[in-house]
Ligand binder design. Sequence first.
Ligand SMILES: *Cc1c(COP(=O)(O)O)cnc(C)c1O
Length: 397
Amino acid sequence: MTSEHNPAVVESPPRRILLGPGPSMVHPRVYEAISRPLVGHLDPQFLELMTQMQQRLRDVFCTENQLTIAVSGTGSAGMEAAFVNLVEPGDEVLVCVNGVFGNRMSDIVGRIGGTLHRIDRPWGEVFDPQEVEEALDRSPEIRIVAIVHAETSTGACQPLVEIGRICRERDCLLVVDAVTSLAGIELRVDDWLIDVCYSATQKCLSCPPGLAPLTFGPRAVERLARRRTKVISWYLDLAMIQEYWTERQRTYHHTAPISMNYALHEALALVLEEGLKPRYERHRLHSRALIAGLEELGFEPAAQEGHRLPVLNAVWVPDGIDEAQVRRRLLDHYSIEIGGGLGELAGKVWRVGLMGESASRDNVHALLTSLGELLTSDSDAARATAALDAARAVYVS
Ligand SMILES: *Cc1c(COP(=O)(O)O)cnc(C)c1O
């Protein structure tokens, strides 16, 4: 029987340990929330949930921004919503590219008809604020700067504080992709002078994919009001979407994905109950243990030292390992998913996500144990033990 005709394949998916670049694992309370009875998208109960959720989103983004919502669609919808609303044909936009997602932002800016200025860094490295400053000095007509906080394709973490100040001084709007950073590493939208920030549900928020948290600060809202042309996307036009999210207006635009909103509302409660600081600390701890173990097995971190993401651990695959085959065995025999390389890093790195619910001692232990079994033979079984010992040493220190 082919899998196409085997109902078990779709009706009972396996319980994976999800340690890839997203989606991450989902808490039972979020599964419970998503299966709650449906109500209408204008039901007073649902409107109340939206209001609560907006406040939770503000708390997690560390912002007071009124326009803070969940866009229908995945992280890329959040990205597209940011650009279609801010950029009009001919507007000059600086995009900082050091991986797949900076490339995607450039692509979107070009499609809208924005004039693209782009600076590049080798994949795995981060930008020095001075490079942004110099690019803006070269082209003073640039009004929007876009950068990725956590580059999921390389595992690099971009420092943002200085860049926020530079943009503010030059009256540029700063757009930040926080798809992989939100609720996993520190991100302070207001303090860091970020004007627009978007994320996704299925990374460190540990929710199924389907919504894109998005926040627009006062300067970005002002830009919306001053547009000369209509937003080219009807579905993502924030001026209209906002009327649905604003209390006392609640004008129908498109049907909200009700069940996904239940799920995100609950996932945000879990984040806030844990507390942002303890949550960031938990991600750092498990990442340190994982890396200590992986190093014993011959995997070295791939991103620039001092700028490595705890939530997405990119490591070089040592010579002699058939990386695709080992990943397949991890999935088939141990039910563990990890990520391969994207773009120019395909076949060269592994990307091990420790996002949200996935960031646990059990999962670090399961991965190191499985890799020890897959990668060592009887003659060097001591390496497998050394990997577990190295991880344990991090936990007990
Ligand atoms: C995953 C990701 C996206 C795209 O999100 P989708 O949910 O896959 O649409 C954008 N930016 C970054 C940094 C990501 O990691």
